[in-house]
Ligand binder design. Structure first.
Ligand code: 13P
Ligand code: SF4
Length: 359
């Protein structure tokens, strides 16, 4: 549905009243009614890089989810205040790796005698204290657009060891597996899954010693729902269809796809596609609908009608954005996301390692 004209007018007025004092960032999965007010849009890597682009802006209104707002707070000056229009905009995947659980896994790796060869790599979709854990333990953050480069970096850190390096990758097992197998040439046998709800992750010491990738048992509740069988159905219905998916999809889905990449990659691929071509896209529905609207000369369908919007991304709606900005105009700083200084310092180490990666 079209945005409520009264709310649109209020958002415009509040944004104009704030002027240069506000910088609005919008993730590609945001609703149209929200994304129209973003000064910058992007995937989580681009938004991490762009967060500091306006150092004079007093307020960064982050239209995305909690871990992204935390990262923006870590990457910007203390004088800049990051606002998340709805504090309930979390991420179920980020919630699947808690610091205490990760520390238990780290201790178990020490008990198995392998901790010295392990580099922790966390997906951006994780809480700030998990990023800080990586910062203080020689690890790095990655996003879906640089997971391969981050893994190469991680393996190089321990390349001198006789038995080679290992990576503990969290929270998304699918991004970890897809990157290891499809980009790094590893085999599925090189990967084991650490289940934080089982003793010793559900793994034997021998399994831990033999593994190269220890994948956390986490997943995205949106991308994890795309099934491989719909790809077969779509290919039967539309001969010549191109299947384009995000690497948070399961390995089975990614294996059946033609192209895989982050949201920024998905957008660029569709922009470059020939008119008249047919595409099924496996990522969040707001983005797929926007791409279909923006490219009427191409036939764009959603990969799987059984998959819904990301409910937490959708928490940020126009009423919440208006509410946040009108409060800022009135001098009330609402919903500020502020990472404590110790966590911020260590998390910045891991985020900076990512930003310094080549490419
Ligand atoms: P990217 O922004 O890296 O494409 O990740 C998608 C996602 O699920 C963000 O929550
Ligand atoms: Fe988290 Fe998945 Fe939603 Fe991204 S799409 S915010 S990973 S639940």
């Amino acid at each position: 549905p079209a945005s409520d004209p009264d709310l649109v007018a209020r958002a415009l007025a509040a944004k104009e009243a704030l002027g240069e004092r506000v910088f609005v960032l919008g993730h590609h999965y945001q609703r149209d009614e929200v994304i129209q007010f973003a000064d910058v849009t992007g995937d989580s890597f681009k938004l991490a890089r762009d967060a500091a682009a306006r150092p004079d802006a007093e307020f960064i209104v982050f239209c995305g989810v909690h871990f992204m707002a935390e990262s923006a707070d870590i990457l910007t000056a203390d004088t800049q205040r990051v606002i998340l229009p709805d504090l309930a905009a979390g991420c179920s995947m980020a919630d699947m790796a808690r610091l205490a659980q990760v520390e238990d896994a780290w201790d178990a790796l020490a008990d198995a005698g392998v901790q010295d060869s392990v580099v922790p790599v966390t997906y951006m979709n994780s809480t700030a204290d998990i990023k800080a854990f990586c910062g203080r333990n020689g690890g790095v953050v990655c996003t879906s657009s640089n997971a391969d480069v981050a893994l190469e970096w991680a393996f190089e850190q321990k390349a001198h060891l006789e038995d080679g390096a290992k990576v503990l990758f969290f929270p998304d097992q699918h991004l970890g597996r897809n990157t290891a197998v499809l980009k790094m040439g590893m085999s599925l046998e090189d990967c084991v899954v650490w289940d934080p709800h089982k003793a010793n992750g559900g793994l034997t010491v021998d399994e831990l010693r033999a593994a190269r990738m220890i994948l956390w048992k986490g997943h995205c509740s949106v991308h994890g729902r795309f099934s491989a069988s719909v790809v077969d159905d779509l290919r039967a219905q539309h001969p010549g269809i191109h299947i384009l998916v995000h690497p948070e999809c399961t390995h089975e889905v990614v294996l059946k796809a033609d192209l895989v990449g982050s949201t920024e990659f998905i957008i660029k691929t569709i922009e470059a596609a020939e008119p008249g071509t047919t595409w099924a896209i496996g990522t969040e529905l707001n983005l797929v609908k926007r791409l279909a609207d923006a490219h009427p000369d191409k036939n764009i369908v959603f990969l799987d009608r059984n998959v819904c919007y990301c409910s937490t991304m959708n928490r940020i709606d126009l009423p919440h954005l208006v509410w946040a900005m009108e409060n800022l105009v009135a001098g009330n700083v609402v919903n500020q996301i502020s990472v404590d200084p110790d966590t911020e310092r260590e998390a910045l180490v891991a985020l900076q390692r990512m930003l310094d990666l080549p490419g």
